[in-house]
Structure formats: structure tokens, C-alpha cells
Ligand binder design. Structure first.
Ligand SMILES: *Cc1c(COP(=O)(O)O)cnc(C)c1O
Length: 410
């Protein structure tokens, strides 16, 4: 362990070139877009090619690119044409970009609890959040670790409620052999800087349903059906288009996605082998039939062994130059000001004014899995630029931090 302290290693960082994979493929595509002079996807070819290739890649009938992962979730919800006050079940442990769109569509986010081992929603936690007003379920495959979809889809089918899969963190992840994002009614992905593939900002929405696909495309295009006869702005919608510049990079990145996922899996596997026998630390729990694609590598710490919790553990790792994220998010979404102080549209609190009181009961006691999951989770970075030495370095750092913390209260 002493070698760790003597030589600090800089880990590949997904916020800059060290942890990203851009090269001649991206620059060639960008040059072609600029040479064409067409930067809008309404006239260009790169976003269309990205959409076609992505649909084939995941095995969906339709794929529609958009401006961000948040836009993707917004678009998916808008395609379902919810009524104001309709309830959408979601999770408190996700990106706010997956929750804000529910409010923008005048619907009520109803938070399901999670399995503390994975921080994913389950059929049981979703069932407990169902009401007569539930019109959609959004599941997040957190960190690239698929939710237990068989049970979730069976529940949704029994109640005839569509499932939106937020696969923003789960490119390349599969469940019973199928890409996540294609199991439910609509799937959403993000191409933001830190995801498995990126064009800076971007998103893509997939579905097998042609009528939903049309509404998705219209919502990204101000409600305007390009290419159809007698077009009209058919309904309230935004400009959520991806530009050709983003499309060029996204297309080049898509060609590298399988390799990115393979490397992440191999590195994560090595990390699991190196950490699995460490007392007080649990490596990722993966459900039967699921294939994790490791956007991040999340550990669970046993509070009996590490009473200082993930925050103390993260501090010990920082001393070894490993930037981990204790708790993943500081607090569940429903404890943020937007919900606690109902900061939505002016002082109206709309659409929360339409909600059942129970749907607005954000006391943490109602979410024991969420509280426990966040209290114990430590998120380690990983990306496709990790080499074996980086994995060994992180594993050594975790072992050393664990030894230091254990001896501190032995
Ligand atoms: C990143 C992310 C989003 C939002 O995507 P943006 O491209 O940042 O808008 C939504 N949901 C999840 C689970 C994410 O990780």
C-alpha cells in the first residue's frame, strides 16, 4: 500500500481529453458538416444517420435525436399527451433533468422508493406509489445497472401504464439480452459530456410505436411535421433539435460505443475482483438477467465497519488522488428547493397545486430505501480510457483508505 502514497497517479477524467475518446472519426465528420454548409438537422444528413444507426444499434423501430437527455425525457412525456395533474412515478435518485420535465408537462412527480442495494426502483416500490391518477412510470437504470424489468413491466402491463426508461447512464446495458431503453414504451438517452458517448450536449429517444414516434419527432420540432403535406403546428412543442455539428460527433462516437462498453465492463470486472473480499465493502449488486454497462462504479459501505460513511471514505480517497462521489447526489430530488419550496412557475406552485396531498409527502421516513441507499453509497469514477494500471491504482487506494479508516476506530 505504501507505493500508493509515494506516487500519485492522474486518473483519466471524462471532463477532458484524458478520459474521452475523440479522434479522426469525429474531426472528419465535423469537416464534412462544415463543408456542406448545412448545420440544421431539418436539412442535413448527419443527425438522420445517427438516428438510423442508433435505432439499429439498440434494436428499436424509431430513434429521434434531440438537444439533451432532459429534452429526451421531456419529449417522451409530451408524446404521452398527459393531462395536467396526471401522476408520473419516478425516483428520488436520478438527475434533475429527468424530473423537471414532469413539472413542465404540468404533471405530478410521485416518488417511488428504491432498492438500497442498487438505488434502482423496483416493481414493489413502484406498486406502492401507484394511484388512480398514475399515467406513466419513469425508471432510471442508475449507473448503467439495469432495473429488474420483468417485474416492472408485468406490473405496468397489469395497470396499462406506459414505462419510460431513462437510459441516460445505461448505453450498452442489457436486460435478458435486449438493450435497456427498448424494453418499455419509450427509452431516453443522454450524450452529455460525461456519458458513455458524447457530443457535448445531446439526447436520443427510441420507441417501437409509430404513432408515439411521430409525436416525439413533432415535439422536437415545434409541433411541425416536416415533409408531410398540409403541415401545421399541431400542438404545443419546443425546438429541441440536435444540430448537425452534434450529430456528426454523435455518429462518430456511436461507432465506438461497443468498445467503450467493453472496456468499462472489463475494468469494472477487475475492480470487483480486487475489492470483493474487502470487509465492509459491497461491490455492485446486479439483478438476474441484467448486464451492467458501468457509467460509474458504485460501492456500498457497511456503516458498522466504516462509521464515517462514504463522506469520510471519499476524503481518504482524495488524499490518494481518487475523486469519488460520496452519496452520488447530496440529497434525493424531493428534498431540493424546487419541491420543498415549490419553486415552479412564479409563485403559483403549479402544477403541484393539482396534486393529492399524499403525493407531496416528502418526509424521508417514507423513503427508507432511498435514505439507506444514499447514506452508504460511494461512487467511483471509471471510463473507457482506464488502463489496467488505473484500476490497480484505484483498488490499492480503496484498500489503503479502508485500512486507514479501520485502524482509526479499532
Ligand atoms: C444525465 C442524465 C439526464 C439528463 O441528461 P442531460 O443531457 O444532462 O440533460 C437524465 N437522466 C439521467 C439518469 C442522467 O444521468
Amino acid at each position: 500500500m505504501s507505493s500508493v502514497e509515494s506516487a500519485l497517479l492522474a486518473l483519466p477524467n471524462d471532463q477532458d481529453a484524458t478520459g474521452r475518446d475523440f479522434g479522426i472519426e469525429e474531426t472528419t465528420a465535423l469537416d464534412a458538416v462544415l463543408a456542406s454548409g448545412t448545420l440544421t438537422s431539418t436539412k442535413g444528413t448527419f443527425v438522420k444517420r445517427f438516428e438510423g444507426d442508433f435505432a439499429s444499434y439498440v434494436g428499436a423501430a424509431h430513434a429521434i435525436a434531440c438537444a439533451s437527455g432532459s429534452a429526451a425525457v421531456h419529449t417522451a412525456l409530451a408524446a404521452l399527451d398527459l393531462e395536467p395533474g396526471d401522476e408520473v412515478i419516478t425516483t428520488g435518485i436520478t438527475d434533475m433533468g429527468a424530473i423537471a420535465p414532469i413539472l413542465y408537462q404540468a404533471a405530478i412527480p410521485v416518488f417511488a422508493d428504491v432498492d438500497p442495494r442498487t438505488c434502482n426502483v423496483t416493481a414493489a416500490t413502484i406498486e406502492a406509489a401507484l394511484s388512480q391518477r398514475t399515467r406513466a412510470i419513469v425508471v432510471t437504470h442508475l449507473f448503467g445497472n439495469p432495473c429488474e424489468m420483468d417485474a416492472i413491466l408485468a406490473l405496468a402491463r397489469a395497470h396499462n401504464i406506459p414505462v419510460i426508461e431513462d437510459a441516460a447512464q445505461a448505453f450498452g446495458a442489457r436486460y435478458r439480452g435486449r438493450h435497456v431503453g427498448t424494453l418499455g414504451t419509450i427509452g431516453c438517452f443522454s450524450l452529455q459530456q460525461g456519458k458513455h458517448i458524447t457530443c457535448g450536449e445531446g439526447g436520443i429517444v427510441v420507441t417501437d410505436d409509430p404513432a408515439l414516434a411521430r409525436r416525439i419527432r413533432l415535439f422536437v420540432n415545434k409541433g411541425w411535421p416536416y415533409g408531410e403535406s398540409q403541415p401545421d403546428h399541431e400542438f404545443l412543442a419546443l425546438n429541441y433539435r440536435m444540430s448537425e455539428l452534434q450529430g456528426a460527433v454523435a455518429l462518430a462516437q456511436l461507432g465506438k460505443l461497443d468498445r467503450h462498453v467493453e472496456i468499462r465492463r472489463e475494468r469494472a470486472h477487475d475492480l470487483t475482483l480486487a475489492l470483493r473480499d474487502l470487509a465492509g465493502i459491497a461491490t455492485p449488486t446486479i439483478y438476474d438477467g441484467a448486464e451492467h454497462s458501468y457509467w460509474k462504479y458504485a460501492l456500498r459501505l457497511d456503516p458498522a465497519v466504516f462509521p464515517e460513511g462514504p463522506t469520510g471514505f471519499a476524503r481518504a480517497l482524495t488524499d490518494r488522488n481518487v475523486a469519488s462521489v460520496p452519496r452520488y447526489i447530496a440529497k434525493p430530488a424531493f428534498l431540493c428547493a424546487v419541491f420543498q419550496q415549490r419553486r415552479t412557475f412564479g409563485h403559483s406552485a403549479f402544477p403541484l397545486t393539482l396534486a393529492r396531498p399524499e403525493a407531496l409527502d416528502y418526509r424521508i421516513e417514507r423513503f427508507p430505501g432511498t435514505a439507506e441507499g444514499l447514506a452508504h453509497i460511494l461512487v467511483l469514477p471509471i471510463n473507457e480510457r482506464y488502463e489496467l494500471e488505473h484500476v490497480a491504482y484505484v483498488a490499492d487506494a480503496v484498500h489503503a483508505a479502508a485500512a486507514t479508516l479501520r485502524s482509526a476506530h479499532a
